[in-house]
Design a protein around this ligand. Structure first.
Ligand code: M6R
Length: 367
């Protein structure tokens, strides 16, 4: 069943090029329009949406954080992201024109289910992004986008995450198409980039031995930090979550700009710090983050930078993991892959059960 892999997780990491391709399948019509056939919400209803709230837990919450960057940029609709278990306890402002997007791989997470029931009582429209056909969350939602990743068995989400991102991007682009906030050729250009992603994820997987070697060097590590900015920030959070749940070590993700507001005090000699570098762009984010990386390096951290090919990262980082070129908003799709490989291998060398980490269940069906 594991196709020769030692763990389901490793198998599922390597299934990601196929999973992403399947998540994209059939979304583009012969007329050059995005189509979300399963959606069940009319174009009229989508035009009236004036606020989006994305809810989910764990990894699904991090997909939501990426979604916010993309959806607001493409649609100009205000988008909030909230942990599903916090959502209904804070008296959120919801109307008929609020779209609540509930992200859940399993479709059975109790926290997310309770949150959508609450949202429906408040008359908000609820759209599920889900991997499990016929599960409770999509059944109780007004609309659904299935992620088509295939069964995810390992407790740690991998292909579930990548395909949730694809569904979020498709939703953002579809809203932009329906509401006319992006020109058709701009939408086409992003879809073309998405179609190139399976091959780029495969490129990352082909370099797995380098990442495994890095993991083996860290077999005694007790703490790892992850830094990111913009869409790389949720990737940092996801990289840290993977290490917590699989390797049982202290791991934290930060927005790099936050360092000097406290976390830099954690830096000590030899501390591994993964840095998800923004691609070099017009907004100087890359250069600002590079100087943050230099600061932690000057304080003794071992900096491991994930950078776009061609970035001269050797000047500011100890170890460089090259990433294929992708637009900034899509970078999480390729940047998270080495972090998944790292966590899987580190947990393996530490002798842990990668597929069934202690104290965790695949689907959390109690609040
Ligand atoms: O099935 P769901 O997507 O609703 O699950 C949400 C979280 O429990 C899940 O993503 C969890 O954080 C994973 N174990 C992370 O790898």
């Amino acid at each position: 069943k594991k196709d020769g892999y030692d763990w389901y997780m490793r198998k599922e990491i390597f299934e990601q090029p196929r999973a992403v391709a399947d998540a994209l399948l059939g979304r583009w019509s012969a007329e050059g329009q995005l189509q979300l056939d399963e959606l069940r919400l009319s174009e009229g209803e989508l035009r009236e949406i004036d606020k989006i709230v994305v809810i989910g837990c764990g990894t699904a919450n991090y997909s939501g954080l990426v979604a916010k960057y993309a959806i607001e940029h493409w649609t100009r609709i205000p988008c909030e992201v909230e942990l599903a278990h916090e959502f209904r306890y804070r008296d959120p402002i919801l109307t008929r024109n609020t779209l609540v997007v509930a992200i859940s791989q399993s479709g059975e997470t109790a926290d997310t289910l309770m949150a959508i029931r609450y949202a429906k009582l408040q008359k908000a429209k609820v759209l599920a992004i889900c991997n499990t056909n016929g599960s409770t969350i999509p059944r109780e939602s007004d609309a659904v986008i299935y992620t088509h990743a295939g069964p995810e068995i390992a407790v740690a989400s991998t292909k579930g995450f990548l395909t949730q991102l694809i569904a979020c991007y498709l939703l953002g682009l579809y809203l932009a198409q329906v509401r006319g906030t992006k020109f058709g050729d701009e939408i086409t250009a992003v879809v073309r980039e998405l179609e190139l992603v399976p091959a780029k994820v495969q490129q990352q997987l082909d370099r797995c031995e380098e990442i495994y070697a890095l993991a083996r060097e860290h077999a005694d590590t007790r703490s790892v930090l992850f830094l990111g900015r913009h869409a790389g920030f949720p990737v940092a959070l996801e990289g840290a979550l993977k290490l917590k749940e699989l390797a049982y070590i202290h791991a934290e993700g930060f927005a790099a700009g936050e360092l000097k507001h406290g976390p830099i005090a954690l830096i000590e000699e030899g501390l591994p710090v993964f840095c998800v570098m923004p691609p070099k762009g017009r907004d100087q984010l890359h250069d600002k983050m590079a100087s943050a990386v230099q600061e932690v390096r000057a304080r003794g951290a071992r900096t491991i930078a994930l950078v776009e090919e061609g970035d001269d990262a050797a000047s500011y980082a100890d170890t460089v993991i090259p990433l294929p070129k992708v637009p900034t908003l899509l970078q999480p799709l390729v940047a998270v892959v080495p972090l998944q490989l790292f966590a899987c291998e580190l947990a393996t060398v530490m002798g842990h059960d990668v597929d069934q980490p202690r104290n965790l269940a695949k689907s959390v069906t109690v609040e």
